[in-house]
Design a protein around this ligand. Structure first.
Ligand code: GLU
Length: 486
């Protein structure tokens, strides 16, 4: 198998959103294939019809398209080993399940719910892991035919040995061996004719000539049973690459159901797709160098799956924010402006020079979603606490803040050309005339102009964008506020 072309697949279930962990699996599977000019396939695993969600498959297509993880084969692009949607492959699963029955590796099971519940209750009472008791393995051919003819619902189960052991090799986790006594006779084909994941993944990965199976580590514990299926069919076992879990913190797995963000959530919070992809590449993999910023092309070149970690990866939003900021700064001003516009519209109606605003924000934004909150004071300044004028490091007091604003006001009133440079020079002259530190003038000025403790940009940038009239109005308001405290 060493010389065959690498083929990997992304096999999502259409759940209605793209979990960060799923996207990482897609990315790793893509990179493993593309690192060696291999094929990357998309297979839709929709055998759990009860969990079907409208529009869910489109979300998968859109995410792959947006992130540039183009698949070479799949339901929408075709290919020679389709269909690529599991619900369209039902006859294939039945055919292969029957082959296993003929080999004695699987059997019909007609047990009803009550009986299965009873077995489960017994195992629980004895504190043993649940295992089917092989009751139906003993049915004769005639009994089976009779029951099928009578329309009794059945499933097909794997027939696992109860003695000995089974091993499999994972590229990341190494050799894993389990006692066969632990292997449940898992259901391969359900009574509705749909396969379980446990069966479909093996049949499809083989028929689709997948060489490297990339998936989450939650499948590690079932993989010995999958190996037994490969062996039963006489098929080559693919290479397994199980990826470590992605955690919210040391104890909890990242979970969309528990409120953690999906890929779409991150996009609507204002993260850039390329930054997200770059960040999740590092969730469980490292290049062995200190490089952290990678384009998809660079990842393709660098990615070596042997560098995937066993240890769980922590999803660190602060780090993602930082990385997103780096990506924002790599945009041209024009690109940034286009992306920021919808966020300006959320909080601004006034006639403001938006290009100037973009120049200001381009170097100071980590996540686009922060923009409305950061710029709302340009639209309207809400009343603020006078304590904002007090800044230890800037050495400001209510008294010297008032002096600074009162001295600055007439100078600003006389300015005709309201630009950053003129504002800057006039205020710096004032600073030296007063013989104070810059902050004694600039801090009160910025506070009066914004009413905020943190602002994108300093007093001159803010004043320039606000315009002369509005700036003066705000400074006068600040003077009145400080007067009341003297
Ligand atoms: N359909 C499975 C899931 O979404 C895929 C697991 C696999 O990649 O084999 O978890």
């Amino acid at each position: 198998m060493e010389n065959t072309k690498i083929r990997t697949r992304f096999a999502p279930s259409p759940t209605g959103y793209m979990h960060v962990g799923n996207l990482r699996t897609a990315l790793y599977a893509y990179l493993i294939a593309k690192h060696d000019d291999g094929d990357f396939l998309l297979r839709i695993e929709d055998t759990d019809q009860e969990r079907e969600v409208e529009g869910a498959v489109d979300i998968i297509y859109n995410t792959l398209k947006m992130t540039g993880l183009h698949h070479d084969e799949g339901p929408d692009v075709g290919g020679s080993v389709g269909p690529y949607v599991q619900s369209e492959r039902k006859p294939i699963y039945l055919e292969y399940a029957k082959k296993l029955i003929d080999k004695g590796e699987a059997y019909y099971c007609f047990c009803n719910k009550e009986r299965l519940d009873m077995i489960r209750a017994n195992s629980e009472a004895l504190n043993r892991p649940h295992k089917y008791d092989k009751h139906c393995l003993g049915l004769s051919k005639e009994e089976i035919e009779e029951k099928i003819a009578a329309g009794i619902p059945y499933v097909i189960r794997q027939n696992n040995p109860s003695t000995g052991s089974t091993s499999f090799d994972d590229e990341i986790f190494g050799r894993i061996t389990v006692d066969n006594s632990e292997l449940d006779d898992m259901v391969l084909l359900k009574s509705d004719g749909f396969p379980t994941y446990n069966f479909a993944n093996v049949v499809d990965d083989h028929l689709m000539k997948i060489t490297h199976v990339v998936r989450g580590s939650e499948y590690l514990s079932s993989s010995p049973k999958y190996n037994r299926l490969y062996d039963a069919f006489g098929w080559d076992v693919p290479k397994y690459i199980h990826c470590p879990p992605i955690m919210r913190d040391a104890q909890n797995k990242l979970s969309k159901r528990k409120g953690d963000a999906s890929f779409e959530d991150l996009i609507s919070m204002g993260y850039l797709k390329d930054a997200i992809l770059n960040y999740i590449a590092l969730l469980g993999w490292n290049p062995g160098t200190t490089q952290e910023i990678f384009t998809l092309e660079q990842l393709k070149e660098t990615f070596n799956y042997m560098n995937i970690n066993k240890a769980p990866a922590i999803f660190d939003l602060t780090k993602l924010k930082w990385m997103n900021g780096e990506y924002i700064r790599m945009l041209s001003l024009d690109e940034f402006h286009k992306m920021a516009l919808p966020y300006y519209e959320k909080s601004l109606t006034k006639d403001i020079d938006l290009i100037k605003l973009s120049q200001l924000l381009h170097t100071r934004t980590e996540v686009l979603g922060e923009i409305p909150n950061n710029i709302d004071f340009f639209e309207e300044m809400t009343d603020y606490s006078p304590e904002l004028y007090l800044h230890k490091k800037m050495k400001t007091t209510y008294e010297n803040s008032l002096v600074s604003l009162e001295k600055a006001l007439p100078i600003l009133e006389s300015i005709e050309e309201w630009t950053f440079d003129v504002l800057h020079d006039s205020m710096m002259t004032l600073v030296s005339e007063l013989g104070v530190k810059n902050g004694v003038v600039l801090w009160p000025l910025r506070t009066a102009l914004s009413g905020k403790q943190f602002t994108p940009g300093g007093a001159f940038e803010i004043a320039e964008i606000l315009g002369k009239e509005e700036s003066l109005r705000r400074i006068k308001f600040g003077i009145e506020k400080l007067k009341e405290l003297q």
